[in-house]
Design a protein. Sequence first.
Length: 564
Amino acid sequence: MSLVLGPVLRHVGDTTAAVWVQVERPATITVLGCSTRTFDVAGHHYGLVSVTGLDPDTTYPYDVAVDGEVVWPPPVSPLPPSSLRTRGPASARRHRIVFGSCRYAKVVNPKVAAKLGIDALDAFAARTARQPREEWPDALLLLGDQVYADELTPQNRRRIAGRRDRHPEWPDDEIVGFDEYVGLYRDSWSDPEVRWLLSCVPTGMIFDDHDVRDDWNTSAVWRREMAEKPWWPERIRSALVSYWVYQHIGNLPADELAADPDYQEVVAAEGDTWPLLAALADRADAETDGSKGVRFSFRWDLGASRFVMIDSRNGRILEDDAHLMLGESEFRWIEDQVRDRSAGTVDHLVLGTSLPWLLPHAIGDLQSINQLAAARPGWRGRLGERIRQVGDLEHWQAFRSSFDRFTRMVTGAATGPDAPASISVLSGDVHHSYAAQVDLPGPDDDPGSGAAAVHQLTCSPVHNVVDWFIQPGFRLGWSRRIARATRRWAEQAGVPPVEVSWHKLVGPLFGNTVAMLDLDGRHAEVTFLQPRSAGSVREVARLVLADGPRDDATIGRAALKARM
C-alpha cells in the first residue's frame, strides 16, 4: 500500500491541522494519532485527516499511516522529515507568506523544459529544505492555474491518447474526464521537492481559468458557446469536482469543515461519491447567488494578520445582462470578513484574487472600454466580444461595477482608527510580476487618517512561458503618456473615472518567480525571488510596504535576508 499523492498540509490553527492524501484503495489514514476513512470518487480514494488536540506554537514531526502501515516519509530521502507547526500567541504578529500563480507541470522533453525554465517553486522548496525550521514559510498561497487542463504536457497528451475508453467526441488536446484530471494533479504534485514543501507548509489554493479552460466565465457569450459543445458538461463537472477534492476542502478551517454539509455528506457516504459531487459541481456552475450556490472564497486568520481568498472565476454572475465578478451574497460575505474585528486588531489585511485588481493604467482602461463595446448590439458588440476573448480582457476593470465596489471596500478598510498597517492584494495570472501602491492620504497629508499602506502585489508565473511579444505591452502599459491617452479615450467612450490612483514601485519582472510577504508587527515587506539554479533562488526585488514597528520577539528573519 502506498500514497498516490500527498501528504499535503492544508489549514493549520492553534490546536488543529488538516492533512490531505490520495491513496490506492479504501483505507484508514492516521496522522498524529487522529484517523479518518477515505472517501471514493470514481474509483480514486482520498482522505483529509483532521488532526486535533495539538498545543499552540508547537512543531510536530509527523508520519502518515495507511491501515496501520507507515507510508510517509519515504524510507530514504535527502529532505528533512515532514513536520507541521501550529499557530499561537508566540507567532501571532510574525508571518511569512509565499505566493505565486501559473505553475505548469515539469516535462521530460528537453526542448520544452528549456523553454519553460526552472520551476521557481521547486527551486524555492530545495532552498527551504536547507534552512532552519524557524525560517520556513508560515503559509503558501497558490493563486490559480495549479493545473493546465487545456495546455497539455507531451506526457499528458500521450496518456489520454492511449485511453481506449475515451469518448470519440472529446478533444484530443484537452482534459475532459475526472480520471484525466487525476493525472494532471499527479503530474503537478509529484515533484519530490514540491511534494515535501506541500507536506510542511500550510497551503491555501484557488483556481483560475486554466484549471478549467482558458477564458473560463469571461462572459455570457462564452458560456453559451461552451454549452453548445457536447463534451462540456462532463468537462465542467470533472473540473469542479477535482477542484473540490484536491483544493477546496483543505482551504476550510476545522470548524467550517465540520459544519460543511457537502463535506459531511461525502465522508458519510458508502461507495462512490461521484453522483453527490457531480450534483455539487452542477450547483457551483449554475449562475446562482445565494444559499443554493457554492462559495469557494475563504478566510484564514494568522494571528493578527487576516487573509481572505476571493473566488474571481466561478463566482461570476453573467446572465440577464449582468456582468459581475461576484454575486451579491458572496461580495457581502467578503466585505463582512474585511470589516470583522471580533477577533481583535488586524495588523495586516491580505486579500487574494487570482486576477489583479490593479493593472497597468492603460491596460485597465482598455478593459473598461471593451466592456462597454462588447455590450453594444450588432456587429460592434460581436467585435468587442471577439476582442475580449482574444485579448483576455477579463480582469477586475473589465467588470467595472465590481471593480468600483472592491475599490471602495479596500479604501474603506484602509482608513479610520482601526485601520491595519497594510493591505496587500495578492494576484497572479498575467505572466509577469510587479508591485503597485495606491495613493491614499497618509500621516503627512492627514495625521488623523491612520491610512493603511495599500499595494497590489502580482506574482506570475511560477513555472510557465513568458512570451517575448507581451513584454513591451506590459512595460508600455505603465507609461504616463499612454495612460493619459487611454483615459481620454475611456472618458469619450463613457467610462467613469476610477475612484483611486496608483503607481508602480517594482517591475514589470519577467520570468519564473515566487514572492515572499513578511509581516512583522506593524512592519511589512515583499521580496520577489527567481531561480538561480534548480536548487536555489535569488532576490530580484524587495520593497518595504509598511515601515511600522516590528514585533520585539522577532528572531532569525534577518539571517535569511543576509544569505539571499
